[in-house]
Write a protein that binds this ligand. Structure first.
Ligand code: NAD
Ligand code: UDP
Ligand code: UDP
Length: 310
């Protein structure tokens, strides 16, 4: 049995990860300040003796004796990370520093949930890990993008300077049950709008693309990455290469929910990336043949069922 710390464990991804780690017979400490996460996401785990829930803000130091750390604490949806951009940057940077300090002290393995946002509005397509990205340092997305880039830098420097056992994964757009219905991200927005019969809000022309990964595929990739030897630190892309325009996504969701919602077009927010698709060759090679297995329609159906239940 391993003792594992998950920061941001009450969020969308974190709650699925905590659940999977407990299923694997581990002892899990979930640290969260509930900014975008919720106790509802992990309520079903509270009766498990191997699960511990701690209300704590990761910008402050945290002490525990653990074998592994998954650092997920950070709002991920643009409206939330832009709500208090200074706090977003603090969470990325102080959060990385404190969890790395902890990992260094107790010699734990530590995995950083980085993001495809480090590629910005990418000039290389699909995105490979060796691409340095095209990020605006002074725009409205910068608090998140540059915060996550700085966190990667800290991870690499703790590795080079202090021999900390790091892992960096770059997660591409992920969706599934337990996304907050008011989260503001595209998949949850469109499904909630379709189910309520409200207008589906496409920002811009809808010709921008994203590649959507179902949550279960991500969790499998994360666990495989943590299990790799100390010689593989990443960064490694974890995502589904299936690429769609936002217009195609809206049409698919209308079809699957049998909705009568109309599509409306709203202004595009600043610095919105035009395209996004992971090259997952490295993940497949280094993570034992890992590749996504849930296609968009199947994943959307499972997510629609969840939102109907709410
Ligand atoms: P989420 O907003 O549901 O989860 C983030 C969690 O972190 C929430 O529970 C929130 O309350 C917590 N948190 C935020 N600031 C904190 C702080 N200062 N101290 C303690 N806890 C704090 O988002 P998610 O989609 O589950 O994302 C989890 C991680 O994965 C984030 O780091 C995000 O950047 C990364 N990621 C997600 C995606 C995606 O598509 N979902 C893509 C790339 C990267
Ligand atoms: N830290 C932490 N928990 C620990 C060990 C360290 O939160 O178990 C914090 C510590 O307070 C510091 C940060 O992690 O702010 C970085 O720690 P490190 O040892 O690298 O730096 P130093 O303490 O020497 O500045
Ligand atoms: N988007 C949209 N309508 C919405 C929410 C988002 O058209 O109601 C667009 C958004 O402008 C972006 C894409 O969908 O082009 C993905 O947005 P999301 O916030 O989910 O992720 P990110 O932009 O961070 O990849």
């Amino acid at each position: 049995m391993k003792r594992i710390l998950v920061t941001g464990g009450a969020g969308f991804i974190g709650s699925h990860l905590c659940e999977k780690l407990l299923d694997g017979g581990n002892d899990v400490i979930c640290v969260d300040n509930y900014f975008t996460g919720s106790k509802d996401n992990i309520r079903h785990l509270l009766g498990n003796h191997n699960f511990e829930l701690v209300r704590h803000d990761i910008t402050a130091p945290y002490y525990a004796e653990v074998d592994e750390i998954y650092n997920l604490a950070c709002p991920a949806s643009p409206p939330y990370y832009q709500y208090n951009p200074i706090k977003t940057m603090k969470t990325s940077i102080y959060g990385a520093m404190n969890t790395l300090g902890l990992a260094k002290r107790v010699k734990a393995k530590i995995l950083q949930a980085s993001t495809s946002e480090v590629y910005g509005d990418p000039a290389v397509h699909p995105q490979v890990e060796s691409y340095w990205g095209n990020v605006n340092p002074i725009g409205i997305r910068s608090c998140y993008d540059e915060g996550k880039r700085a966190a990667e830098t800290l991870f690499m420097d703790y590795y080079r300077q202090n021999d900390v056992r790091i892992k960096i994964i770059r997660i591409f757009n992920t969706y599934g049950p337990r996304m907050n219905p008011n989260d503001g991200r595209v998949v949850s927005n469109f499904i909630v709008q379709a189910l309520k019969g409200e207008d589906i809000t496409i920002y811009g022309t809808g010709m921008q693309t994203r590649s959507f990964q179902y949550i279960d595929d991500l969790i499998e990739g994360m666990l495989r990455m943590m299990a790799t030897g100390d010689d593989f630190i990443g960064p490694v892309n974890i995502g589904n290469p299936g690429e769609f325009t936002m217009l195609e996504l809206a049409q698919k969701i209308i079809e699957l929910t049998h909705s009568r919602s109309k599509i409306v077009f709203l202004p595009l927010p600043g610095d919105d990336p035009k395209q996004r698709q992971p090259n997952i060759t490295l993940a497949t090679e280094r993570l034992g043949g890992w590749q996504p297995i849930v296609n968009l329609e199947e994943g959307l159906n499972r997510t629609i069922e969840y939102f109907k239940m709410l």
